[in-house]
Design a protein around this ligand. Structure first.
Ligand code: ATP
Ligand code: MG
Length: 236
């Protein structure tokens, strides 16, 4: 999960997709809004910091997984990861090794913009998913990023789009399609709708993991199932 600009929906997609794909969620963000924190994991409550510990482990063991109900198995992020990030090649090797050792797919969430660990995650990925909000500044950021990222297997996923397709912003939609065409990257068939209640949700679990659904959570879950299906087909 990667985006040149913050707040595009990486962490939202990451937690839902990791659950739906039974992938291990590796949180490579260090900011307060990192996905593991969104899922209720607070580093100060723990003595161990699996992501940091493993960088200094000379036996090459993968990090210990944090497991809890209605959340994907995960490697929580840490606020001190930024200065400790490995070089891109090392990060990529680690992610591939961990995935092989766990015999599970890995879904990495990243800090917005470019950083060593983000580049490493992109290098290791079968598919790089980039949520995109259809706005002027957001598309400017995508345009600049595509110059550097076009070599990766990218999937651009419009996020927070109006539920009524007739209300899609025409100019921005066309601009995204043109950018994708110029750079030879895919735009997802799944357009994730704007679910206005989501920013106020207080429960720190995966929405798709709920045992029962109301209309709101059912709609979001449906979008995520479509996206998960598309991710599997493009990552294969
Ligand atoms: N489809 C959507 N509908 C409504 N709100 C959404 C949607 N997707 C994401 N959001 C909201 O937008 C905000 C940013 O989303 P999220 O944290 O997933 O983005 P991010 O790319 O991980 O941000 P950051 O770069 O800061 O880590 C959150 O409040 C989230 O609930
Ligand atoms: Mg995030």
């Amino acid at each position: 999960m990667l985006s040149p600009k913050g707040g595009q929906g990486k962490s939202t997609f990451a937690k839902e997709l990791a659950w739906l794909l039974n992938a291990v969620l590796v949180d490579l963000d260090w900011d307060g809004g990192r996905v593991s924190r969104l899922l209720g994991h607070q580093t100060r409550r723990y003595v161990h910091a699996p992501l940091l510990d493993v960088l200094f482990d000379d036996q090459g063991r993968p990090p210990r997984l944090h497991r809890s109900r209605k959340r994907p198995d995960m490697v929580p992020g840490h606020k001190d990861f930024e200065p400790n990030q490995p070089e891109p090649d090392t990060m990529a090797d680690l992610l591939v090794q961990w995935s092989q050792t766990w015999n599970r797919p890995v879904l990495a969430d990243t800090h917005p913009g470019g950083s060593r660990s983000t580049l490493g995650a992109a290098q290791a990925a079968d598919l790089v998913v980039m949520p995109v909000i259809l706005g002027t500044g957001e598309l400017d950021a995508v345009e600049d990023a595509l110059d550097e990222l076009a070599g990766f297997n990218l999937l651009l996923v419009p996020n927070r789009v109006p539920a009524n397709p007739a209300h899609l912003p025409g100019h921005e939609s066309r601009r995204l399609l043109a950018l994708a065409q110029t750079h030879g990257v895919r735009v997802a068939d799944t357009f994730v709708r704007h679910h206005g209640w989501m920013t106020r949700r207080k429960i720190r679990t995966v929405i798709a993991a709920q045992a029962t659904h109301g209309a709101n959570t059912a709609a979001l879950t449906l979008d995520m199932i479509h996206l998960a299906t598309e991710v599997i087909s493009h990552a294969a």
